[in-house]
Design a protein. Structure first.
Length: 324
């Protein structure tokens, strides 16, 4: 069954000088480069209101892109009977609590075994909803709450709400270093200039704002509550590393484990064995896309995160008289 789709977005300044096909591949990563190029050649892509059929057309940043096309159901993604921790579901949406190690969307290195494959098995009608209803993503090793739309109308509503900053997402994290007070990081994020799989604070990146407050202080670490205004790739991880407080265990933006002076053996081992970023999507709040009701969900931190917190807390108590 075919589906008529329309996508609208503004070309980011980071695409200055790039070809149209390269630009929309970055802007709409859920579609293959070959499919996007075919749409250009077939006249389904307009730039500032003008249909462009040349894939090599250069972009300057700031152009309005509109794609109108017909797409078949996403048969290339196979349904798979994988466990989903569903904490809420109705006819229009479902909310899951994602564990660590569970990739959200198929991609390079992860062709299947993802949240998307599990969703297609749980709810087969999602095969005609873009991205199987996924509204926002979590990194592979970030745990916590995600909302999924079960209809195209619900997804459109939720995506617009997300863009309008009407969906609240709060996270818990444990950062390296002593932080005395909360604050915000208001720095643009874009693709790293040389490490193409990483993001970085960049003056040509997209606006990105992260609020944070201190929940608990340890000797050389800080437990944080964070709230996103925007939702860029790796946003919290990049912003915290930028202010020199990378997340514990972050394999990309962090460094080697840094136990405090006279740390207990248990703390040293726990830090060494914590191989993922200590980041958990703890709260999600939104207006239901059909009823308009304000709905809020909470998810307790997972076992490994809880253990890390407890060990840091115990180490702090045992060294309460140290001058650190």
């Amino acid at each position: 069954m075919a589906e008529i789709i329309q996508h609208k977005d503004i070309v980011p300044e980071s695409c200055l000088g790039k070809r149209l096909d390269q630009t929309i591949a970055e802007m709409f990563p859920d579609y293959s480069r070959s499919r996007l190029k075919d749409w250009i050649l077939a006249g389904h892509v307009a730039v500032n209101g003008n249909v462009i059929t040349k894939a090599r057309e250069k972009m300057f940043g700031g152009e309005a892109i509109v794609i109108n096309a017909e797409i078949e159901a996403e048969v290339r993604f196979a349904p798979q009977d994988l466990p989903l921790n569903i904490i809420y579901e109705d006819d229009d949406i479902l909310v899951i609590n994602k564990p660590a190690g569970f990739v959200v969307h198929p991609g390079a290195g992860n062709p299947d075994g993802t949240v998307l494959n599990a969703l297609l098995h749980h709810c087969p009608q999602l095969d005609i909803v873009p991205r199987a209803g996924i509204v926002h993503r979590l990194d592979k090793d970030t745990t916590g709450l995600m909302v999924v739309a079960k209809t195209i109308a619900a997804q459109t509503n939720l995506v617009e709400a997300l863009q309008a900053r009407e969906i609240t997402r709060e996270y818990e994290a444990i950062a390296c270093g002593n932080m005395t007070a909360g604050g915000l990081v208001d720095e643009p994020i874009g693709r790293h200039s040389t490490k193409r799989t990483q993001m970085a604070v960049s003056f040509i990146g997209r606006p990105s704002v992260t609020h944070y407050r201190v929940m608990e202080k340890f000797r050389l670490h800080t437990r944080l509550r964070l709230r996103l205004e925007t939702g860029r790739t790796h946003q919290i991880r990049v912003h915290m590393a930028y202010i020199n407080h990378s997340l514990v265990g972050d394999p990309v933006y962090g460094g080697r484990p840094r136990p405090p002076k006279n740390a207990t053996q248990e703390l040293r081992e726990t830090l060494r064995e914590f191989k993922r970023q200590a980041l958990h999507a703890a709260m999600l709040s939104l207006y239901h896309p059909v009823s308009g009701e304000l709905m809020t969900w909470h998810a307790d931190i997972p076992e490994d995160f809880a253990k890390l917190t407890a060990v840091l807390r115990e180490d702090t108590k045992l060294n309460a008289t140290d001058d650190y």
